[in-house]
Design a binder for this molecule. Structure first.
Ligand code: ZN
Length: 499
């Protein structure tokens, strides 16, 4: 056996252990009885510890060195050279984390989520404060183990957006804010010119489910290699490119919630199903970063799913599904309703224009939490203050404010910014796709999604984690990641809707 073969067979084991832990986590969020939480936390912690332990050994280090020599002559983007390159990066990072910390992180994040679910249901931050303090302390420890050049936060961000620094984010977000704030202000003066009452009727959940799944399949989601379930917080997870699962949250009285949630998660699922089978059970399977992942979900949810062209195809079907509810609503009124802009409390239901302000708020707060400049106890007040500054509204309670997102309870710090990165990247990719395949907008009007999906599969999906996110954006679009194309897209679209 070559050194590379040894490395691959070990990484396949590590990948299996991680997939098993992910399956336990999927189960926890979809069907596990609540009382199972403490035992589940131990089970996940054990698997994570085993996966980490099998990875950070001295022999893996030796195989990596041997495999690097064996693959030296291969092309940069070949599967094997990429495997060695990416695994080396992962290995060097994983070696810096003590096994006891890996185990403790897995345990506390699993427990933290249960505490959050309870605190959220009672809308009481004080119930969550202790668990959050534990998680923040662990994240600081983790960042210090991983190491960073300037800010502790950078070590955490790198877990989700490899290679990105908070200084890069600060620049991008400053550009974004410069473009967004005047746009939000202008639209705010005309809020009443677009109405969405039509979306706030009673839409039976079984019909919503069937309609959403039908669209997901039209877009290319293979239900022979995936499924959909319900959870408190919608997500997508996968255990191989042939087992990709999405979840949705339904609201009988608000159609967009599950509809666009499903399109969003479908975007993630298409990416996972599109990763080359040759990369299965290697560290290269799955998406390259959360920002790139989110570019896929936001593209299908917004650039496709909230476009006028898409509803030319889908609206007659939706009217057939809900004939009474939508009888008096024209395609144009529906298009305007689903694109209504309104500063609102809940991030996942925010419109495209205000969405990124929700992200900046979370980013700024978590940087402060990690830097220790904001005590956990002061978080609700800080949250509400920023909501007033950015969106002009004050959350009436914790459930609609600081407790709305699952992320922090799951130990995910450094994750939120990737949502905004995804928005920016989605526009850069879509612009490029539309230039290279000019028929895409017309295809979408006919419900023909394979030209766009085919382009994404070829340029983005099949590569899995081979390239760093900034590298992938450069390779595909020929440009650096920028805020300007996204701002131009919003100005054009909402300039028309809001006159
Ligand atoms: Zn997403």
């Amino acid at each position: 056996m070559s050194q590379l073969d040894h490395l691959k067979s070990r990484m396949a084991e590590v990948s299996d252990l991680k997939a098993a832990a992910a399956l336990l986590s999927w189960d926890q969020q979809t069907c596990m009885p609540r009382a199972g939480a403490p035992a589940r936390a131990e089970q996940i912690a054990t698997l994570e510890k085993l996966a980490h332990g099998r990875f950070v050994t001295e022999e893996v280090g030796a195989w990596l060195e041997g495999a690097a020599a064996e693959t030296r002559a291969l092309a940069y983007e070949s599967d094997d050279a990429s495997l060695v390159r990416l695994t080396r990066r992962d290995y060097d990072k994983a070696r810096r984390i003590p096994p006891a910390l890996v185990e403790e992180l897995a345990r506390q994040t699993s427990l933290g989520m249960e505490v959050w679910v309870k605190a959220r249901s009672q809308s009481d931050f004080s119930l969550f404060q202790g668990a959050l303090q534990t998680l923040v302390d662990l994240q600081r420890k983790l960042a210090d183990c991983l190491g960073y050049r300037e800010r502790r936060y950078d070590a955490l961000l790198d877990q989700y957006e490899p290679g990105m620094q908070s200084a890069d984010l600060d620049r991008l977000f400053a550009d974004l804010k410069r473009g967004l704030v005047p746009l939000v202000q202008e639209i705010s003066r005309k809020l009443d010119s677009v109405q969405d009452e039509v979306l706030r009727q009673r839409f039976p959940i079984d019909k919503q489910t069937a309609f959403g799944l039908e669209l997901a399949q039209e877009m290319g989601f293979d239900l022979g290699a995936g499924r959909q379930d319900e959870s408190v917080h919608p997500f997508c997870t996968s255990f191989s490119n042939r087992d990709v699962r999405i979840t949705t949250r339904f609201d009988e009285r608000f159609l967009p919630s599950a509809l666009f949630g499903t399109l969003h998660e479908t975007g993630h699922a298409l990416y996972e199903q599109g990763v080359s089978t040759a990369l299965e059970r290697t560290p290269l399977s799955g998406g390259t970063s959360l920002g790139i992942h989110e570019s896929q979900s936001r593209m299908w949810e917004n650039l496709v799913g909230r476009s006028r062209g898409f509803w030319k195809f889908a609206y007659p079907r939706l009217q057939r599904t809900f004939p009474q509810e939508l009888a008096g609503c024209s395609l144009e009124d529906f298009y305007r309703a689903i694109n209504r802009v309104e500063p609102s409390l809940i991030r996942v239901e925010a419109d495209e224009v205000t969405y990124n302000l929700h992200i900046m708020l979370r980013y700024e707060l978590e940087v402060q939490l990690v830097d220790d400049s904001l005590p956990v106890a002061d978080l609700p007040e800080a949250w509400n203050g920023k909501m007033r500054d950015y969106l002009g509204i004050t959350p009436p309670n914790d459930a609609l404010g600081v407790l709305q997102d699952v992320h922090w309870s799951h130990g995910l710090f450094g994750y939120f910014p990737t949502y905004s990165l995804g928005n920016l990247i989605s526009v850069q990719l879509y612009d490029r796709a539309s230039r290279e395949v000019p028929g895409i907008p017309a295809d979408i009007e006919r419900g023909e999604f394979s030209p766009l999906l085919g382009w994404l599969r070829e340029r983005v999906h099949r590569h899995g984690r081979k390239f760093m996110p900034a590298e992938l954006v450069r390779r595909v679009t020929g440009e650096e990641l920028r805020a300007e194309p996204f701002v131009s897209y919003l100005k054009a679209k909402y300039g028309e809707i809001y006159n």
